[in-house]
Design a protein around this ligand. Sequence first.
Ligand code: DGL
Length: 271
Amino acid sequence: MDKNSAIGVFDSGFGGLTAVRELIKLLPGEDIIYFGDTGRVPYGSKSRETIKKYALQDSRFLLSMGVKYIIVACGTASAVAADTKQFVPVPMTGVVEPTAAAAAKATKNGKIGVIATTATVASHAYLKSVKNISPKAEVIEQACPLFVPMVEEGCVDHGDIVVKTMTERYLSGLKRAGVDTVILGCTHYPLLTDAIRDYMGKNATLINSGEQAAIYAKSELERMDLLSSRSSGGSTDFYLSDDAEKFGSLAEYYIGRHIDGRVERIDIEKY
Ligand code: DGL
């Protein structure tokens, strides 16, 4: 396999940018190809069959671009469609295990909250993964179905009344339960970090699933001797299943940098 091939990253929309942001920081020499399924977001309220079909199509698109490694930067696809791996001829990792491991390490009182999409919570993937590492941990799960559409619409400001209201509604149970660590189990949610931190208080540790997926991918690429020979100057190209223009401006805001690579729409149903 060519070490200088790109790393492929996919998500249902903007959420996977939380992994891309970290990858660019950790591995500045790597080319990255991102696919955001903006035409079919959200995944988290869909059936298992549909999520599996989408994850496979997303992976096939990235493979058609010649990627050497795939990061499933989507909590829902990682939790529900982990078996996509068996159809993919390059190494592939998701967000659940690395994020659960980071949370198990971070907690001091053994009480961990998981916020994620409805499909992810129904799979109990994070709960099982935390319990594998720390059988005594108390894990409290909460689905937050409106967070993804909020992020897709750019509604993330912690001063915004909608953001404040929904954060309180979704997180009040976790706060009452006294969790000291919260898994942001959907990669969209770290984009709401300010609001979540305001509500949970500064002593709570928030575990960013996009960031953890990127850190883990780096260690895997190192282990498999698949890191690019370049140490800087990697490109990042974005492909979407819906309007590319709308994606570009909000993506720049979320990644915190100017996008100079391609931003193009593709027909994901062909894959
Ligand atoms: N970023 C996806 C996740 O991590 C969002 C899923 C959705 O589209 O509902 O779960």
